[in-house]
Write a protein of this length. Sequence first.
Length: 323
Amino acid sequence: MLLSGCDGADSLERVSGPTMGSSYTVQYVRSPGSPGPEQVKGEVEAVLAGIDQMFSTYRSDSDIERFNALPANSCQVMPVPLLQLVRVGEQFSEQSQGAYDLTVEPLLDLWGFGPQAREEKVPDAQALASTRQRVGYRHLRIQGDSLCKDARVEVDFNSIAAGYAVDQVVDRLQLLGVTSFLVEVTGELRATGRKPDGSHWRVALEVPRDDREEAQQVISVDGYGVSTSGDYRNYFERDGKRYSHTLDARTGAPVEHTLAAVTVLDPSALMADGWSTFLMILGPQEGWDFALQHEIAALFVMHADNGFTTRATPAFERLATNE
């Protein structure tokens, strides 16, 4: 509900629109003297347009798609934010021992999940082996202000770009003097402050079902990003077997474990976005062990015979109960 007040009281405003192949929504508390919805909408969409220009794999003129089109042993001058996300991706790759990898786009296309995919299919062993030669974060290097590659790799930022976008929108709102808000970009979230009535921003975590939307848990959020990765929306089935869009770069194939979804809370929406994908790839045991060791606030949802089972790390429990 869009509210606007003329009596000097705080009001709740909402702006939204299309972005990055999906949509964004910003709800914020407007205090006297703070910007109105039209200004906020313009500022937010300018931020999102710049991010799309850098990271979109669905437009041939984006910075990353121009790099992806280059042959092996090529370099291209890149914007600083793009190079920063390459470094973030490298960190995730190192920590996952290569399971997480920003260069999996050729594999996503091969399995039918990427921007250049022709059909959803199970590739034969020869096609898989050939495509895997074009995957590997170690083929990338940053040289000054350029990104270089020594193989014909292609980079896909979809596992972290939306979280980065949320953080950038938050930074812009704060520059505008907005101090209480809920920002959502293609499903990634971050909230800070309270609503005009003093209540927390509340976020519903979905049950990982593909047949209907159903809330599993509702949590209050203040100062944290929220990201969920799962296998329940983008998958296909062949001969009774389910193939998820979540790929393990170590095998070149979709993950086969029982983890259905992971939700992560982190002060940075970028890191929440990356960690949720990271843990989803590692699975219910390896991911759980990593999350405990590194004190990541994560909720794991596993497939079970009669539905789902869940378990949350101590860090998640503390935040979810506002301790």
